[in-house]
Design a protein around this ligand. Sequence first.
Ligand code: HEC
Ligand code: HEC
Length: 455
Amino acid sequence: MKFSSTACAALAAVGYLTVATEPAHAEQPARQASDIRALSRTDLQNLRFALDQIKEGRQIFRYDTFGDETFWGDALRLHTAIAGSANGGVGAGLSPKAALATGLKVDVDALPDRLRNDLQKGRVDLDSPATTLALLKLDAVVGVRGFFDDSGNRLRSVGITCALCHSTVDDSFAPGIGRRLDGWAARDLNVGEIIALAPNVQPLVDLLRIAVPSIDAATVRTVLRSWGPGKFDAELLMDGKATRPDGKPAATLLPPAFGLAGVNLHTWTGWGSVTHWNGFVASLEMQGQGTFFDPRLNDSVKFPIAAEAGFGDVRRTPDLITARLGPLHVYQLSLPAPRPPRGSFDAAAAQRGKTLFEGRADCARCHVPPLFTEPGWNMHEPEEIGIDSFQAERSPDERYRTAPLKGLWTHCKGGYYHDGRFARLEDVIDHYDRVLSLALSADEKADLVQYLKSL
Ligand code: HEC
Ligand code: HEC
């Protein structure tokens, strides 16, 4: 049997449904009950603590803006562009149809039965920004929080949450509308297009001017629109580099935020631990309000903007971030990488691929199973993986982090490696074949691809 790498998104959604609806093992509840009876009082207390942290962390991951509405709404005025002039804002407004087209997702569990019914019967106006406001009021737009005035009718501000870029939905209701899948990379989402809707990008211009004195609002919008779906540039406001040396956008792919337990360094270039990066993002990317300390950002050659703006030591009060880092961390570590759907890969070929991966193809030297990254300092020089150093040099250690490969099948959209330079897994394997002089046969390459799809 042959399996193609097309229909990637559909496969991801269907896969989740098959996994989620598999009958649970009949003996499991009984075994769990006896497991719990065997616990001591202290064990139980610890377990309860862990569960509470996970629950709180899930709430933070999905809904917490850390006060960032002062930036996205109050400063950039993004909410006025969403509302449109008919609803007290500016311009045409963002209809649900347009929102879905930019890759925003709707959480079906947040919709009341009546609304679901009306949607099914086509009785909801998906061309009207007023409907988007109603969805925001229900907290149904994944990763976007609307703040309304006392009348409850006028959108007063808007903020973003972690779920915006690290969640999707399973499309179980309709395309773009379904149950939340926390931790999945939002590869449909056009973050740049959404930010570019903001009527006032001056706060971004002011920061970028530190590195690029001639930059203006029109150029900032061009940069934002150059990213495309599934990408964001987390280093842009540190170093002001909008393009790679080859002229292409410097943005990187949105990675998943599941399967991270046991993995030491995070982000494509290994900036730090999960919680280091969570603090970084909440303070410096989402522009929430809190404390962040990383003196590596004081390097004015590498990070001219961050150094000048004092990003290496941020203390905004009241601190809405620090107390949330614990539960947020625990929640992310609790998210397993989803298993690939049955029938999505050729099991016999994958088995042969596993042998190659762990043997002659030399993959497991770096992608050490079952973490699929190195236990320890999981970082490599660009030459070791045969690519350019541009993105690595935008980070403190100037290396690339060995990407953990579990759940790879969920983020096949947008390509592979930090910037999606390899469109297909076949291209990744060809690259390694060349760089590591593996002399793999066509069959061996195909087997390796099936193994990667099975992770
Ligand atoms: C606007 C989009 C966006 C938002 C919002 C966002 N992230 Fe990210 N996240 C990214 C990008 C892009 C990267 C990769 C950055 C890099 O490598 O330079 C990333 C990386 C990560 C990683 C590292 C994953 C890995 O493979 O090691 C974690 C963990 C993470 N984000 C968690 C969070 C949390 C928690 C929040 C909320 C506090 C958040 N992110 C908000 C875009 C986003
Ligand atoms: C020297 C260490 C090393 C070896 C050997 C290695 N890799 Fe990697 N791998 C990496 C690093 C580092 C990255 C991240 C590249 C980036 O960020 O652009 C990566 C990325 C990947 C990705 C992309 C993941 C993603 O999320 O886009 C795949 C797939 C992959 N490797 C598969 C393999 C296979 C298959 C082999 C064996 C043929 C292999 N690797 C050998 C270090 C290694």
